[in-house]
Design a protein around this ligand. Sequence first.
Ligand SMILES: Cc1cc2nc3c(=O)[nH]c(=O)nc-3n(C[C@H](O)[C@H](O)[C@H](O)COP(=O)(O)OP(=O)(O)OC[C@H]3O[C@@H](n4cnc5c(N)ncnc54)[C@H](O)[C@@H]3O)c2cc1C
Ligand SMILES: *[C@@H]1O[C@H](CO)[C@@H](O)[C@H](O)[C@H]1NC(C)=O
Ligand SMILES: *[C@@H]1O[C@H](CO)[C@@H](O)[C@H](O)[C@H]1NC(C)=O
Length: 375
Amino acid sequence: MMEEVVVVIVGGGPAGLATAACLNRLFIPNIVLERDDCHAPLWRKRTYDRLNLHLGKEFCALPHMPFPDGTPTFVPRVCFMQSASLENDGRWRILVKDTTCDGSEVYVATFLVVATGENGEGFIPKIIGLDNFQGEYMHSNRYLNGREWYGKNVLVVGCGNSGMEIAYDLSNWGANTSIVIRNEVHVVTREMVLVAMHLLKFLQVELVDELVVFLSRMKYGNLSKYGLSRPKEGPFSLKVKTGRSPTIDVGCIDKIKKGEIKVFPAVYSIKEDKMIQFEDGREECFDVIIFATGYKSNVLNWLKDYKHMFNEDGMPKKSNPNHWKGENGIYCAGFSSQGLMGISYDAKHISDDISLALSSKEIPSTFAPLNLVDD
Ligand SMILES: Cc1cc2nc3c(=O)[nH]c(=O)nc-3n(C[C@H](O)[C@H](O)[C@H](O)COP(=O)(O)OP(=O)(O)OC[C@H]3O[C@@H](n4cnc5c(N)ncnc54)[C@H](O)[C@@H]3O)c2cc1C
Ligand SMILES: *[C@@H]1O[C@H](CO)[C@@H](O)[C@H](O)[C@H]1NC(C)=O
Ligand SMILES: *[C@@H]1O[C@H](CO)[C@@H](O)[C@H](O)[C@H]1NC(C)=O
């Protein structure tokens, strides 16, 4: 079977759905392809139960989908999923690859929108001996809650938003919890981030950084004796330069200060059985390791002609704000490390650009369809 469509969107998460919504408003036919069995699977299946949006709702609304009145400022994961599916109901077709039969479908599209996300795959670092670890280990995208690990020794690797929140959650579930903090990190509260994001609209980033660091110091004091040190560069300058976000504390720091969560430096190797050796020479036994070590793009696994748009890491070659448009009718939504706010921006620009191209008939008649390969 082969079908011709104007736009194919690969990925049915927030970025893919937002782009489809914008295209629908412009009456541009499009199809969303999703490898999972539902839309927004990251939010349904691969995020922990206790997650709320970290950013205030005014920074997380998708195009044409304002949150209903009465939605809390920090939207619970469940409400976010529902607001994504509401608009979507009956209006977007999400095709599921049926792995139970050998049937395959081919679409030929004038435009391709890559919306498979910066979180396409969980990233687990290479650690000597990990293959022989006798306990259980997993990426943070498989962690839902700590119910199974009451009284067990659990190590969380990574001190970003996921790592700190999962460590806190595990400790609440009664696991004997430790966390590996290898990098310098800015610890802030979500209220500080919310204020900062409003101030960033009219103040320079350096000023906002100074304020946030001041507030953080007032709240947390000097955390270096607990193994946490602050980067020299401010939290939002770092975000702009590296894409790395400050860590929003949900209660982990308090538990670290009380000794309820133990801090370790980087993992050096995994020795026999369940024994983990750290870079300072300490050795401890753990039943479970949760790797909150981030994600990587999966674009190179399925997009053969990626060079029209992406580099070898599967991230856009052009930097923000020009990242969303490639050559030969390829676009990407959700690759600017600006979360849902960046996704809204991308979706609007992409749909407007496709609309313009269609109306001015700039589409080359010899347009060669991009090669999609399955992983
Ligand atoms: C734990 C966590 C919390 C976050 N909290 C916030 C927050 O509070 N505020 C905020 O603004 N941002 C937040 N983000 C960042 C970002 O907004 C989310 O990651 C968001 O889901 C990104 O949307 P997306 O559509 O780009 O990617 P995804 O939600 O990852 O969607 C990509 C989709 O593509 C599908 N797919 C992948 N490969 C293929 C393929 N080959 N074929 C077909 N389909 C494919 C996937 O199954 C998935 O459905 C958070 C991220 C994480 C991980
Ligand atoms: C809890 O974990 C720490 C760090 O691994 C370990 O030193 C301690 O013995 C553990 N406590 C119990 C009761 O197992
Ligand atoms: C924090 O404390 C450590 C010693 O515990 C000290 O070396 C460091 O200078 C302090 N940092 C600040 C910003 O005061």
